[in-house]
Design a binder for this molecule. Structure first.
Ligand code: GLY
Length: 369
């Protein structure tokens, strides 16, 4: 694969960033209509970190002052969310502000990210050894103090970064406990992943495993699998703990063994396949970015090459078949269950493809962010 393919795809996505900024008017992009017009949220819902995250990366890749200005403006708009009762503060403050601190040494971004982490750390339940989903989490039902979801493992990386940055080692321990508890909650013995679990908030006992967005409680919703690969790859990256890499590999191997030959997952691995079955480009983009991390973590040269090749083939499939001339990553499936944005551009899918392209184009180290 000539490097120019990655840079050309990155340049297309940069045009989409240029086109997105002026249309937002202070709101946060969530998903886009086929026309390219964004459906926005006023407060960032669970996705508000991904737009400033793209802008921080765009500023790093191009040096463009406008991208850095946008990144900081939207990171600042996330500040009130530091006290929202949601475990998705991990997504909001990791992507919304940590790249500003890590890549640009921006003091305000550092302070915003720490504010998010400091407040979220207070939500830890020591009886259960995890952070509950919280009453204000995005999932429309089954949220609160006794619910857990695999998509909150990524956020534990915010707390590990914050522990190092603020000199608060206890936050790292909470993050490690949270990630380990979710292996028991969500990762099946064969390496497939279940989205969610209920637990007793007093004793911590696991009560059930279930899904909010998959075909069934026993099926494998594509984003559950993707969030697990990413969450455990990130937790290994930030802590060096071997068990997290083992889980990242096991869940990545399951994905690689089960993804269709074109490398792009259907919205659920157990969805009946017909010509109309929706793919989820966003789950695939999350996985591509995560596979680059899994590759970078390998000590064995052969394994490193294999994971890297899987990552490159996945990004190539998205770049060739799902990224249009406008720089729109289409055919993400937000929620098939409620028929919400089932063939659309989703801001988080765009973020992870953009991150993966930054790595492949040589603009970002795979294990930096
Ligand atoms: N709640 C995160 C997702 O829908 O992927």
């Amino acid at each position: 694969m000539p490097p120019s393919f990655w840079q050309a795809a990155l340049d297309k996505m940069l045009k989409r960033v240029d086109q997105t900024g002026p249309q937002l008017k202070g709101a946060f992009p969530h998903y886009a209509q086929p026309t390219g017009e964004w459906v926005t949220t006023p407060d960032g819902d669970w996705t508000g970190g991904f737009w400033p995250g793209m802008c921080w990366l765009a500023a790093k890749a191009t040096g463009g002052a406008r991208y850095r200005r946008w990144a900081l403006e939207w990171a600042e708009r996330l500040r009130p969310r530091a006290t929202s009762d949601t475990a998705f503060r991990g997504f909001l403050f990791y992507y919304g502000a940590v790249p500003g601190a890590l890549l640009h040494y921006d003091a305000t971004a550092r302070e915003i990210a720490l504010e998010g982490a400091r407040h979220w750390a207070k939500a830890y339940n020591p009886n259960a050894g995890c952070f509950p989903l919280g009453a204000a989490a995005e999932e429309a039902s089954d949220v609160g103090q006794g619910e857990a979801s695999i998509d909150t493992v990524q956020g534990a990386a915010l707390l590990v970064w914050a522990a190092q940055t603020a000199g608060e080692p206890a936050w790292k321990n909470l993050a490690v406990f949270h990630a380990r508890r979710h292996i028991e909650f969500c990762v099946r013995a064969d390496g497939s992943v279940c989205q969610s679990a209920s637990f007793d908030p007093t004793t911590g006992a696991l009560k059930r495993r279930y899904t909010h967005k998959g075909v069934s409680h026993e099926s494998t919703w594509a984003r559950a699998q993707a969030w697990a690969i990413l969450g455990y790859a990130l937790m290994h990256q930030w802590t060096g703990e071997k068990d997290f890499l083992d889980v990242a590999q096991k869940t990545a191997d399951w994905w690689i063994a089960h993804v269709p030959p074109n490398r792009v997952a259907y919205w659920d691995f157990d969805a009946p396949v017909t010509p109309d079955t929706e793919h989820d480009s966003s789950a695939t983009a999350i996985t591509a970015a995560a596979l680059l991390k899994v590759a970078a973590a390998q000590k064995d040269e052969q394994k490193r090459k294999e994971y890297r090749a899987a990552a490159e083939a996945t990004v190539r499939a998205l770049g060739e078949g799902y990224l249009d001339a406008r720089g729109v990553l289409d055919r993400g499936c937000y929620s098939k269950r409620i028929n919400l944005a089932t063939r659309n551009e989703l801001i988080w899918g765009s973020y992870y493809l953009f991150e993966a392209l930054c790595v492949l184009a040589g603009q970002l180290e795979a294990n930096k962010l």
